[in-house]
Design a binder for this molecule. Structure first.
Ligand code: FAD
Length: 473
C-alpha cells in the first residue's frame, strides 16, 4: 500500500477528533519542553481507546512506520520528539485519561496512562489516600510518561521512584499485541518480571496504556522547614541526622544553592525570600505522618537544635500554615522556570553516592572553572544523591550561544566526573535523544548488549521511538 494510503488508514482508526491537524496545535507536539529540538511528523494521533493504540501499532509494524509515544511532553531529553515528516507519527496519550478504579482496601488505583499526574494525585486524595509521586511538572506530565522515564521527583526518599509505585501494567507491544498485567498483586513470583522492562524504556519497547499504582495513607501531620546550612557537606550530614531522628517520616530533603534561590527571587513573580538575609546553601526538608499526634514538630525541632549545635544549620524557618509551606515549595519548584528566564541552562541530572556529593561538587568546581566561564545553578534531590548541576551563560552573554558552544565541553566534564566517581550521568530524566551518545560512552558494554537484544526481540523492525536510547536497525 502507498505510504499515503497507510497514513489515511491510521487517521481513520482514530477518527477526525483523534487527529491533530491545526498547525499551532501540531507545533506544541513537535517541539520539546526545553526547545532544544524542532521535530517533524507525518501524523499526530490522539487515540481514546487501548484497542485504537493496538490497531495503530499493528499497522505501523506492518508498514515500518516509526511511532513516537508522547505524554505531557515535559521530558528533558527530547524523548517525545519525532524527527521524520515522512515516516514517523506521534501517538499522544492525552485522551486515554480515565481513573479506571480505586481500591481503598488494597490501596491501589488503576488508571489510563494518559492521566495527568496531578489528576492522579487528586483522585487518590478524594479517596482519602496518597499517590506520592510529585514533581514540578505534575500539572502536565502523564502517568505513562512518568513510568516510561521512571521519574523521580520530590518524595523518592520515602516512596521510591515511579517504578517502585507500580503493581501492574498494560502495554501495547510494537506489533500491536496487548500485554495486560493489571492484577495489582503485591506478590507474584511467576518468572521474569516482564512489565519492569517498559518502565524507564522511554517508549522504545511499547506504549504503556494503563497501570495499577500503589496508594498510601494520606499524611495528616506535615512539617516543612527551609534552612540555611553551612555548606553541602553540612547538608549531607543533616540528612543523616534527620533520617535517624525521624525514621520513615522524612519525605523530602532538597538542596537549593543560594544562586538558584536568587534566580527564583529575581525572575519569578511573587517569590519572597524565606529568611532575612541571603545564604549560599539551603535545605528544604519535610516530615510527614498519617498520625496527627506523631510529634513531628518536636522531632523536627530536635533535629534543628542538634544541627545548630554542630554548626551545620545556620538559620531557618518552619512553615506555620499551608500557604507558607506552599511558598517554600514554590521556590524549589520554580527553579527550572527561573533558569529559563535567565537565558536557559545546560542542565545536568547526575547522581553519586550521597556521601560523595561534597567531593563531587568540589571537584566539579575545580575542573569546570578552567574550561569556560559560567554561572552555576545547583539544586536537587540530595536525599537521593541526585544533583541538578546546571550551568548558565555568564551574565550578559547569550544563553543559546553558551549552550551550543562552551556548554558542550562543560557538560561532558560534568558527566565524566559523575561516572568516574561511580555515579550516573542521568539519574532521573532518562536518555532520550539528548543523552544517547552518553549512554554509548558510559554504559557498560555488557549492559548495552543486553539492551540491544531486548530491543531486537520486542521491536524487531525498530519502529518504537526510533533513535532514542538504543537502536537495533
Ligand atoms: C518544571 C519541571 C520539573 C520536572 N521535575 C522532574 C523531577 O523532579 N523528576 C523527574 O524525574 N522529572 C522531572 N521533570 C521531567 C519530566 O516532567 C518527567 O520526565 C516526566 O516523567 C515526563 O512525563 P511526560 O508525560 O511529560 O512524558 P513525555 O515528555 O511526553 O515523554 C517522555 C518519554 O516517555 C515516552 N512516553 C511518554 N508516554 C508514554 C507512554 N504512555 N508509553 C510509552 N512511552 C511513553 C516518550 O516517548 C518519551 O520518550 C520535570 C520537568 C519539568 C518541566
Amino acid at each position: 500500500m502507498e505510504r499515503q494510503g497507510v497514513l489515511q488508514q491510521l487517521s481513520e482508526l482514530v477518527g477526525a477528533a483523534g487527529v491533530v491537524a491545526d498547525p499551532v496545535a501540531r507545533q506544541a507536539h513537535l517541539v520539546d519542553e526545553r526547545q532544544l529540538y524542532q521535530g517533524q511528523a507525518a501524523l499526530i494521533l490522539r487515540p481514546d481507546r487501548v484497542e485504537q493504540v493496538a490497531g495503530i501499532l499493528a499497522l505501523c509494524h506492518e508498514h515500518r512506520i516509526g511511532v513516537v509515544p508522547q505524554g505531557g511532553n515535559t521530558g528533558y531529553c527530547g524523548g517525545a520528539t519525532p524527527f521524520d515528516s515522512d515516516n514517523q507519527i506521534v501517538i499522544c496519550l492525552d485522551r486515554l485519561n480515565r481513573v479506571r478504579q480505586i481500591d481503598p482496601v488494597s490501596f491501589t488505583m488503576t488508571v489510563d496512562a494518559g492521566l495527568v499526574l496531578a489528576k492522579a494525585q487528586d483522585a487518590a486524595a478524594d479517596a482519602g489516600l496518597l499517590f506520592p509521586l510529585s514533581m514540578g511538572s505534575e500539572g502536565s506530565c502523564q502517568i505513562g510518561g512518568n513510568l516510561s522515564t521512571n521519574a523521580g521527583g520530590l518524595a523518592v526518599l520515602r516512596y521510591g521512584t515511579a517504578r517502585e509505585l507500580v503493581l501492574g501494567l498494560e502495554v501495547v507491544l510494537a506489533d500491536g499485541r496487548i500485554l495486560s498485567e493489571l492484577k495489582g498483586l503485591r506478590k507474584d513470583n511467576t518468572g521474569y518480571p516482564v512489565t519492569q522492562l517498559f518502565m524507564g524504556a522511554e517508549g522504545t519497547l511499547g506504549i504503556i496504556t494503563g497501570a495499577v499504582l500503589k496508594l498510601f495513607p494520606a499524611p495528616i501531620a506535615i512539617e516543612t522547614a527551609w534552612l540555611a546550612v553551612a555548606d553541602i557537606d553540612a547538608a549531607c550530614k543533616l540528612l543523616g541526622l534527620a533520617r535517624q531522628a525521624s525514621g520513615d517520616a522524612l519525605t523530602s530533603f532538597e538542596y537549593v544553592s543560594g544562586a538558584s534561590a536568587a534566580l527564583v527571587l529575581k525572575h519569578i513573580d511573587g517569590a519572597r525570600a524565606p529568611l532575612d538575609e541571603p545564604y549560599e546553601h539551603y535545605v528544604l526538608l519535610e516530615f510527614t505522618s498519617p498520625d496527627a499526634h506523631s510529634g513531628l514538630r518536636q522531632g523536627l525541632e530536635r533535629v534543628l537544635a542538634e544541627g545548630m549545635d554542630k554548626g551545620w544549620v545556620l538559620d531557618g524557618v518552619l512553615a506555620e500554615s499551608g500557604p507558607q509551606r506552599d511558598a517554600l515549595w514554590r521556590i524549589r519548584e520554580s527553579i527550572p522556570e527561573a533558569e529559563k528566564h535567565a537565558g536557559g541552562a545546560v542542565k545536568h541530572d547526575v547522581s553519586v553516592a550521597i556521601a560523595a556529593i561534597p567531593e563531587f561538587t568540589a571537584r566539579a568546581a575545580a575542573e569546570l572553572g578552567p574550561l569556560a566561564p559560567h554561572r552555576l545553578s545547583m539544586y536537587g534531590h540530595v536525599g537521593d544523591g541526585n544533583l541538578h548541576y546546571n550551568l548558565l551563560a555568564p551574565a550578559g552573554e547569550d544563553g543559546a550561544v553558551f549552550k551550543a558552544g562552551p556548554g558542550v565541553e562543560l557538560s561532558h566534564g560534568v558527566h565524566s566526573l559523575a561516572v568516574s566517581m561511580g555515579g550516573s550521568f542521568s539519574a532521573e530524566h532518562g536518555v532520550g535523544i539528548l543523552k544517547a551518545p552518553d549512554l554509548l560512552a558510559y554504559k557498560s558494554p555488557v549492559a548495552l548488549d543486553i539492551m540491544k537484544m531486548v530491543k531486537q526481540v520486542l521491536d524487531p523492525h525498530g519502529i518504537m521511538n526510533p533513535g532514542k536510547i538504543v537502536t537495533n536497525v
